[in-house]
Write a protein that binds this ligand. Structure first.
Ligand SMILES: [Zn+2]
Length: 357
């Protein structure tokens, strides 16, 4: 039985193209269980930019004048000759202050890609629920860094989507405005329509699978809101397709993009429609409201990036795993920027309106 299954898998493997096979082999090599305590160290030493001496650059001042400085708890320490600060392989890296095995992180990446609930991720990776939550946001914070540089070209569809304000998980009642009663999931807003009880997320997507979206303002967006959220994301020469909301013509003008505005109660204009952005919104809502049963507004930007990367981006599953391992795992972080301050984030992360100043 076992042999038949292996034979079947091998025949499928050899039916793939050379490029696909090398991609699978790379993932398999990375997924091998690493049992020694130096897992993170050996992973980073192979991937980080190291000077010719095989030592990492100083995470405090980027100097390459670095010498070995003994071992601590089995890991190599270094000292910088310029700033005299001591550090290890994981200092200032994605794995800063992380004491778990790299093999647990590899498992976690699989769970993350499968959009598993936090408890299931924790069970499969042998970590606590609290760590599972912190790891999810550590990965999403890393993705957020990459996402900040996304620019959209070609045919770009833009529209805004609204989420009810949520203080989920906020035990301190001070996070909520005075006079606001706690709400249970699924309860209706007290005000009808687009009110200041809803956060507006202007979003834009293009046909190449690139997408962007950010929590911007409360209620209906002004032109200034749209420019702040999307202005720097749409490149000149693009074709911006939107619905009939008033702010979009000025947004298109400021981006030097051609504007196609679909009249209200119509679904298309010529060959243009906004079906892709509508699909994007329904996938985002399905992820946040159904799969994760509502997310706190303070983490909404991270879940938008989660949806952009896992659901919407056109790269294959394997390519996405490679991005996480090769780009996110090797990303540099500012001291204590991840996880430590995760619960102290702004409960309403609205954008500062640079165009209103
Ligand atoms: Zn230094």
């Amino acid at each position: 039985m076992f042999t038949t299954a292996v034979d079947k898998l091998l025949s499928q493997f050899f039916a793939l193209s050379a490029e696909e096979r090398s991609c699978i082999l790379e993932v398999l090599v990375d997924s091998q269980p690493i049992n020694n305590s130096d897992g993170v160290e050996s992973f980073l030493s192979k991937r980080l930019d190291v000077s010719r001496s095989g030592r990492p650059a100083c995470p405090h001042c980027s100097s390459l004048k670095v010498v070995k400085n003994g071992r601590h708890c089995g890991t190599q320490r270094f000292i910088c000759r310029d700033c005299s600060k001591s550090f290890g392989w994981s200092s200032g890296s994605f794995f800063n202050h992380c004491k778990k095995e790299i093999s647990q992180w590899f498992k976690y990446v699989q769970c993350f890609m499968d959009r598993l609930p936090l408890r299931e991720c924790a069970r499969r990776c042998g970590i606590s629920l609290d760590t599972s939550f912190k790891w999810r946001h550590r990965l999403l914070d890393g993705l957020q860094k990459i996402h900040n540089s996304v620019k959209l070209t070609g045919v770009v569809e833009a529209d805004e989507v609204y989420f009810s304000i949520s203080y989920k998980g906020s035990r301190k009642f001070s996070a909520q405005p005075a006079g606001r009663e706690p709400k249970k999931r699924g309860m209706r807003s007290t005000k009808r329509g687009l009110s200041d009880e809803k956060v507006c997320v202007p979003t834009a997507v293009n046909l190449e699978g690139k997408s962007t979206g950010v929590v911007c303002n409360l209620g209906k967006p002004t032109t200034a809101n749209l420019k702040t959220a999307l202005g720097c994301k749409i490149l000149p020469g693009s074709t911006l397709v939107t619905d009939s909301l008033g702010g979009y013509p000025l947004l298109a003008e400021s981006c030097k993009a051609k504007h196609v505005q679909i009249p209200s109660k119509k679904h298309k204009k010529g060959i243009f429609n906004i079906q892709l952005i509508n699909y994007y919104h329904s996938a985002l809502k399905a992820m946040t409201n159904i799969r994760f049963r509502g997310v706190a507004t303070k983490y909404l930007n991270n879940y938008i990036v989660y949806n952009n990367f896992v659901t919407f981006a056109k790269e294959s599953f394997m390519e996405k795993i490679k991005i996480l391992k090769n780009e996110i795992f090797t990303i540099g972080v500012e001291e204590r920027s991840f996880s430590v301050n995760i619960s102290k984030r702004d409960p309403l992360p609205l954008l500062k309106d640079q165009y209103l100043l």
